[in-house]
Write a protein that binds this ligand. Sequence first.
Ligand code: NOJ
Length: 747
Amino acid sequence: MGIDLTKEQKNRVEELLSKMTLTEKIGQMNQESVSIVGGFDVPFEQLIEMMTDGRLSKEEFQNIMATAETDYHEDAIREGKVGSLMVQDPEKCNELQRIAVEETRLGIPLIFGLDVIHGFRSVYPIAIAEAGSFDTDLMEKTAAMAAKESRSAGVAWHFAPMLDVARDARWGRVSEGPGEDPYLGATFARAKVRGLQNDHSSTENYVAACLKHFVGYGACEAGKDYNTVSMANHILYNNYLVPFKAAVEEGAQTAMASFNDLNGVPSTVNKWVLRDILKYSMGLNGFVVSDANAIKECVVHGIAEDEKDAARKSAVAGLDMDMGTEIYINNLESLVNEGKVLVEEIDDACRRILSVKMWLGLFDQPYVSEEAMKRYEEIPEEHKALALKAAEESAVLLKNEGNILPLKKDAKISLVGTLAEKKDEVVGAWAMSWKEKDCVSILDGMKQEFSNVEYYPCGGPEGELSEDEISAACNNGDVIVAVLGETVAMSGEAASRADITLPGKQRKLLEKLIASGKPVVLVLMNGRPLALSWEAENVPVILEGWHLGIQMGNAIAHILSGKKNPEGRLSSSFPAVTGQCPIYYNHPNTGRPAGNFKFTSRYLDAPFTALYPFGYGLSYTSFEYSDPEVSEEKDALDISVKVKNTGEREGVETVQFYMQDVAASIVRPVKELKVFEKVSLKPGEEKTVKVKLFKKNMGFWNNQGKYLLEDGFFRIYAGSDSATENCKEIRVSFDDVERLSDYPMEK
Ligand code: NOJ
């Protein structure tokens, strides 16, 4: 797939390239950082980061932007030395674009990029939550919505989807990606790329995706952000590369190199991962951008002597665009003149960048129209409805003892927790173009849905508890709904935590609420799996609400009232205690799997399984599985299982099919998700769910990058989460089955 340019468009790119000076070519490789001058010695990206992670409130950010003098590098644009900027104001985009198109020698348009991770104006659930909807159509539609909204504001390039497989919940960035599983990650990746890129009915409907962070960032040691990554090749190929490979196959235009080193080499200068794997083996036709400031950081990292050395190593490695350091623009020309970087390498990078701009239609339609600029001043009803659907499908019911939920509409509810009233907490990390007036807090949603709600803040993730409010909440309500968890600033970039239990005094608060003897419903707002062993033991009801976006309040209220029957699943395992991290269901086997005797792979002081496993989630009804069947065809296994709704209301079940390669030439995971299907069942209804598992997808890459399909025994599981034991064994032969392509080895 890749960039599908017409012959005429390709010729236009080549013709342009032939007319460009070396400086102009290098200019295309330069993404300028919008600098804030006049008292704020902070680059724009950092301000954005500070706003998205909560260090600056949205108001403070807007005040800075309104009062600060901002340097948009107009002169450099005029000289053809800028290829891209991060801007989110459409009028500003047009103004800068006019300089690029009308005042430069060749009139090459700029590409404006931004972190649109889970929505632009209409913010929808953070990725770890949305992936748990297991609804690929939904994932595609939300991406398409974000594409339309941002493109109409001039932003034609999203630094998304984030596809880092992440298995250590201490890492704050688990919130930004689709969780721990490569298959679910790949499914999410495909849907997002389609949604962002595929509607070409108008240039205002699509953007270029930027797959990030390539690669291995999610495996940062001990879950500490930016930390070193070491992994065997087979782990890289069979896990961390899988979502990226799928996204490139789907036609993704660009990618971002990750901050981390992989086995000693930072991605920014890693020719093996950027050129050999991403571009040549996977076939990314578009360009690769660095992460913010990363070329400069190669010096601190100890992989380059100085900025010039960092520029050389990055350009040679195949890093096409520098995000925000001006190191390319300052050094590449002399490096080419000295013969240390080849003109061909510059041409390749520039061609890739121009091709993406051409594909985006920027040469023919560089500006945002007046009409488009106003189009999403108010969020259209259909976008609100989609954000609500996404939020409703992503919340996960973890526990519902005694069927306390759903609550009656006129139940006397004490709503507790400072997070419940906050509109700016529903959007989650990396959301920046939302407006407070569009955000529905849980308090708003509950008041709308229930007739008898009283709010008592009591306390939250930060600060002290209010004893008076706690006793009022306990005395006045018949049921207590406690909204607890993490602030937005506690997940996302640079937000690793060494202890992932409920922060602050929230456990104390829960103890006091439970002591009242009233039923307590815990609604969680958080950006990562939490260690909830105490809560699982002591609180009767737990609803994982994540950060669900602008419609969070309505979605939670609808689930609590039963208007919506919960159907979300966990895209990441929840440990019982932090010390179990990293914890993931699809871990390689050991010769001594965890068991109830000493010499096994386990901790003495923690359970050996996750508290809530990958794929887990309850409904207000129940489902029963029976008669799993597996048969072999030439190219696929035919698998089926009967699923029955044994409860009293209609519900949606995510039927999950896992595989275990029982014996292979390298140790394989104890289970791997291979297919899933969502089914809706009426009370008493039974359906036979039939799926195909294509044999070519049953193999694995070994440490030498070879894709192997080895005959032998396989266990095929069908169940409602990754802990299922419901399985059939089958001997499979792979005669004449087409293999997936190999990966190149590091030279
Ligand atoms: C740093 C982050 O790692 C990356 O995800 C983001 O796209 C850039 N900053 C730009 O904001």
